[in-house]
Design a protein around this ligand. Structure first.
Ligand code: FES
Length: 122
């Protein structure tokens, strides 16, 4: 990942109360998830802290529980708060998702900003 600002989508592409995955690195697999709650956007790396290299969705964009109240890891059912990313149930209780910094510009473009989007460490 280059240390640059990347446009993920337009705000209109993010339905309120839903989650979307993004593949800004063009790897063929989403590495960022974004949840919209009204005017607020919550962005995280799509990596479960239980096993740090595990993508969380069982199908594309399926990051939330049925009620849309928590982010879910499909692997072992961990639940994470949408606001803050803390694990509140499951095998990684007490850990948290890794946040990424998002910004919406005047045109409504949603940017992934560089300072908190670090390359994957293997
Ligand atoms: S890998 Fe996510 S809960 Fe186990």
């Amino acid at each position: 990942m280059q240390a640059t600002d990347i446009v993920l989508c337009h705000l209109d592409d993010l339905p309120d109360g839903e989650a979307r995955g993004f593949d800004p690195e063009g790897s063929g697999q989403d590495s960022i998830l974004v949840v919209r709650q009204g005017a607020r956007l919550h962005g995280y790396r799509d990596l479960c802290p239980h096993y740090g290299d595990t993508p969380m969705a069982w199908r594309r964009h399926a990051y939330l529980n049925a009620e849309g109240t928590y982010i879910v890891c499909a692997a072992h059912g961990a639940l994470f708060e949408i606001d803050g990313g803390a694990c509140v149930r499951g095998p990684c209780l007490g850990q948290a998702l890794t946040p990424v910094k998002l910004a919406v510009d005047a045109s409504g473009a949603v940017h992934l900003t560089a300072e908190q989007h670090h390359p994957k460490q293997d």
